[in-house]
Design a protein around this ligand. Structure first.
Ligand code: ADP
Ligand code: MG
Length: 331
């Protein structure tokens, strides 16, 4: 049992960004229209995710931190079945709570007068008290890995840990332009989307005006695409002159789930050809619609690395879609 819990902790929470990912997914699962992420010291000191979602009753809160089988469909199969909840086997809060000081404050949307605050420490419920709070949920994760020094030692610098957090929150912000997503680090707001725009508006909020104005729309389906498993490709890619030396600005999604895939990346890079210098990468936010049975999600579940039954065909399809978008802009 202990071994299982420890393995689960390592699988689910490797670093602050992994906790952030689970908490943001929970907020989106709870139908939030705003999600505010605040971290201190790259998330090693504090992670706070506040949402205006469905909220939880006292009983819900007690259940939420228990190790339990989730009511949601399993994380890794939902990519295949197309189900939209994002939960990770009902383990995330329990696991995060076993390696941090976890505080949950929540008030359900059912007209309850007050909410509840539950404090969970070292794997036990330390207190449960009524609390005044708005509808929705605030989850605070303090002192991550305080009781697992070996794991804490593996954390990188604040800048590196924050870069991972930023990337996770960015992925969700771009994929959910209808949700107002904000990210604040050490008291400084890094970005905030309005939740009222489209992908272009989200890109503007996240990456700024220079990048947003360099974006070129991609949209291809049916006969526009060479033969292969991908039914449709849409999103935005940057003018080749707007690029960076890091792959981290390649935000790619399969069936609305953030993933990385060699075939997708190679297709994108192929379309740019020599227009990008070596080791330069465009800004990309690209969504692929693919029948679930053509995707192999088991390459690296935690890192969301996927392969396709026919990687070559996917590479050609992505290349063609991005290339025709660039061609339309005379590139
Ligand atoms: P899972 O998401 O796989 O169910 P979690 O441990 O992440 O497992 O969450 C446990 C449960 O707590 C969820 O199923 C949900 O009912 C509840 N929950 C967690 N976060 C929130 C939230 N932000 N708003 C509403 N309910 C939540
Ligand atoms: Mg979850």
């Amino acid at each position: 049992e202990d071994t299982v819990a420890r393995i689960a902790a390592g699988e689910v929470v490797e670093r602050p960004a992994s906790a952030v990912k689970e908490l943001v997914e929970n907020s989106l699962d709870a139908d939030a229209s705003r999600v505010d992420v605040t971290v201190e010291e790259g998330g090693t000191e504090l992670i706070r995710v506040a949402d205006d979602g469905s909220g939880m009753t006292e009983a819900d809160l007690r259940a939420a931190v228990r190790q339990h089988t989730t009511s949601k469909i399993e994380d890794l199969t939902d990519l295949e079945s197309g189900v939209s909840t994002l939960g990770f086997r009902g383990e995330a809060l329990h696991t995060i709570g076993s390696v941090s000081r976890l505080t949950l404050r929540s008030r359900p949307r059912d007209g309850s007068e007050a909410g509840t605050e539950l404090v969970y420490e070292g794997g036990d419920v330390a207190s449960v008290e009524p609390a005044g709070c708005p509808e929705g949920t605030v989850v605070e994760v303090a002192d991550l890995f305080y009781n697992t020094p070996a794991r804490r030692k593996f954390l990188k610098t604040t800048a590196t840990e924050f870069a991972h957090v930023n990337r996770v929150v960015t992925r969700y912000a771009l994929a959910n332009p209808d949700v107002a997503v904000s990210l604040t680090h050490d008291g400084r707001e890094v970005f905030a989307t309005t939740g009222q725009g489209d992908l272009q508006a989200a890109v503007l909020s996240v990456y700024g005006r220079e990048v947003a104005s360099a974006m070129i729309p991609v949209g291809a389906d049916g006969d526009d695409l060479p033969p292969g498993p991908v039914d449709a490709i849409s999103g935005l890619v940057s003018h080749p002159e707007t690029n960076r030396s890091s792959r981290e600005y390649l935000a790619t999604y399969v069936n609305d789930r953030a993933v990385t895939a060699d075939a997708i990346r190679e297709g994108i890079m192929g379309a740019y050809g020599t227009q990008l210098g070596s080791d330069r990468y465009p800004f990309v936010t690209l969504f692929l619609e693919v029948p679930g049975d053509a995707v192999d999600v088991n390459v690296h579940p935690r890192k969301r690395e996927v392969r396709f039954d026919d990687d070559d065909a996917v590479r050609r399809q992505v290349d063609a879609a991005v290339e025709s978008a660039l061609l339309e802009h005379g590139l």
